[in-house]
Every structure is written in C-alpha cells, then in structure tokens.
Ligand binder design. Structure first.
Ligand SMILES: [Zn+2]
Ligand SMILES: [Zn+2]
Length: 365
C-alpha cells in the first residue's frame, strides 16, 4: 500500500514527508495504522548525524496504532486491535532471545545496523522505486508501518493510545532500568542525570520502587519542575548538585543513573555513587564514544557499573506490568505527554524535542 512517512536523508536537512510503498504483511507480520509516535532521544541522535544509518530512512520507533492488516499465522491480534510498538522483536531462537532479552538478539542488532527487518529486507520503497530503510527495524514516523507481529503489543482499550505512545520506548527503558538493571529497593537513594522522556520514567520507576531520595539533575529548568511532579524529591541544575548532596545526604547515592549518554555525565554518575553503589548507564551514547574511568576508584570503592538497553527486559513481559500499574492508577501517562503535531509538521516536533521539551513531543499522523 501507499502511505506517507518522514524520511531522513542527511543531518541538518529537514525530514521529508513523502509517499512510500509498503509491502503487504507476510506470514507473522502486521500492518499498523499509526495513532501517535513519540520523538525519542535516539531519533535525535540519528537526525544530528551521531549514529550511522543507511538512507533514506524512516525514523521513529516509539508509538501506538491499530492493526490494519494481518499476515498468515498471526495469533493474539486481529484487525482493529490497538497496539504499542516495540523496537525489540527478536529472532526468537538465539541465545539472547532464549534468555528473554530480545534487545540483545544478534540478528536483530544486525537488522538495526542495516536499517531493515531481521530477514534483511526493508519492504519499503519510494514511489520512484528507491529502497527506504527503517530505524530500529520499525520506522514509526509514518501513517502505516509494517512490522513483525511480535513488535505489535496489545494495548487495552481503556488506555489512551495518545498517552500510551510513550510506553514503547521511554517507559520500558526508564522503569526497566530501575527495576531490572539496578534492582532498587525501598528506602534507597538515587540520582537521575538527565530528565528527558526516559529520565522522567526512571524517576517514576524510583518512586514506584519506594526510593527515599530521588534527585533529578538537568540543565533545563522546565524538566526539573516536571521531575518534581513525577516523584523526584529534589531537582537541580548540574552546578548545584554538589551543594545539594552535601546538604541533604549523609553519603553518596545507592544508585546513580546516567540517562544522557555523554561521557561527561556518565563520569558524573560514577562519581556520585556511594562506595558499593550501583551506576547504571541508560542513555545511548554517540556512536564510537569512549569513556575514561578511574579504575582504582571503581575497584577500591566496589562500585558496580551496569549498562542497560530497553529496560533489560523482554518488552512483551514488562509492558503488561506497566499497563497494570496504569490501570491501577499508580502510573500516570497523561502528564508525560506534551505537544502533538501532525505528520506534515514533523520538523516542528523535532525542533521542540531538540529544545529540551520536558514532556514527550508526539506526532499524530
Ligand atoms: Zn527510543
Ligand atoms: Zn534472537
């Protein structure tokens, strides 16, 4: 079918809204009519030219929609079902997939790098017949998206598709990092560096885990206000952190989370973890970034350094937990969602997101 999508061709150029041809669903695949797509920090890396990608590529990997077409053999989904997109539908048979960690699936990671589905095809072309690639196997910034059925996770009718658009990346990543990578316990203290979309959900995750002190650090004031609204007990700009720690904490943090992905903020996360504390790197760095660590400090202070991607969980298993929290009124998505733009205004959405919007900027095609 013909659909409209936002194509990225090169850094510094606006996204181009154009018609693309998508193949019909093969066995095990579905076509999703998109309702809302979140602009994620990972999209911004691509748009700034910080991650290599084949082009032209449909960017976007977080969103919701309804099943519009269904391939043979798909079970558990029917046309019209609301779904949340996942960007980690693994091959299902590799060692990582058998450990329920599809984001570590080797064939999937090859597909991310190649801008295709796991089978190596992208199944997308321009009207002129040029091959179009897909970001993180999804390419969500479009009116319709063809994905494996495992990337379309059922959304209960009671949850607003607009609000749920943040579930597929930001929520799973942020809350999963707290639960699975750090295993935060009630009464523990935590620092979150970077209070964008994923950072706000890390703060929510810490609140839900019963952390006693949750400090959010971000240079953008509006994000600090948002962090306080989501459960942070303290929030400050980076320059004020030292004074705040001195005034409020007896020792450094049990857990620190870098949600930025820059070597400087990662080093800061290592620094502010207490002896024996856990440092979690959540933010995705620029391709090829290297971090210099004080290895003496890491060893003798028994700091544990953990990387995490996509909440260190299988999205198909973690999402139902988050949906239960939402339906029980314990996790509010509405306040996570900011301005919505039509697909034709996608470049305005990107500009707002680049400006450090405290809430997720959405595109609603
Ligand atoms: Zn993302
Ligand atoms: Zn796999």
């Amino acid at each position: 079918m013909l659909t409209r999508a936002a194509l990225f061709r090169s850094a510094g150029q606006p996204l181009e809204i154009t018609e693309v041809e998508i193949d019909g669903p093969r066995a095990g695949e579905v076509v999703v009519k998109m309702a809302a797509i979140g602009i994620c920090g990972s999209d911004l890396h691509t748009l700034k030219g910080e991650w290599p990608t084949p082009v032209p590529v449909v960017v976007g990997h977080e969103g919701t929609g309804t099943v519009a077409e269904i391939g043979e053999g798909v079970t558990g989904l029917k046309v019209g079902d609301p779904v949340v997109l996942s960007w980690a539908a693994g091959c299902g048979s590799c060692p990582a997939c058998s450990r329920h960690r599809p984001a570590l699936c080797v064939p999937l990671r090859k597909a991310w790098a190649g801008g295709t589905l796991i089978d190596g095809s992208s199944r997308l072309t321009t009207r002129g017949g040029e091959q179009v690639f897909r970001a993180l196997t999804v390419g969500a910034l479009a009116e319709h998206v063809l994905v494996p059925a495992g990337a379309a996770l059922l959304l209960p009718a009671a949850v607003s598709p607009l609000h749920a658009s943040v579930l597929g990346c930001a929520a799973l990543t942020g809350i999963g990092a707290v639960r699975n990578a750090a295993n935060v316990q009630p009464g523990e203290t935590a620092l979150v560096i970077g209070a964008g979309g994923v950072g706000q959900f890390a703060i929510e995750g810490l609140r839900l885990a019963g952390a006693s002190v949750i400090v959010a650090v971000d240079p953008v004031e509006s994000r600090l206000e948002s962090a306080l609204a989501h459960g942070a007990t303290h929030a400050c700009v980076p320059d004020d952190l030292k004074a705040l720690v001195k005034a409020e904490l007896g020792e450094l943090f049990d857990h620190t989370f870098d949600v930025v992905g820059a070597p400087a903020t990662q080093a800061s996360a290592v620094r502010w973890a207490r002896d024996g504390g856990t440092v979690v790197f959540v933010g995705l760095p620029v391709a090829g970034a290297k971090l210099e660590l004080d290895s003496w400090d890491l060893v003798t202070r028994e700091k544990r350094l953990v990387g995490t991607i996509y909440g260190s969980a299988d999205p198909a298993e973690l999402l139902p937990d988050l949906l239960a929290l939402i339906q029980a009124g314990q996790l509010d998505l509405a306040s996570m969602v900011g301005t919505s733009y039509p697909l034709d205004a996608v470049n305005d959405a990107v500009a707002e997101s680049l400006g450090g919007a405290p809430r997720r900027v959405l595109v609603t095609p």
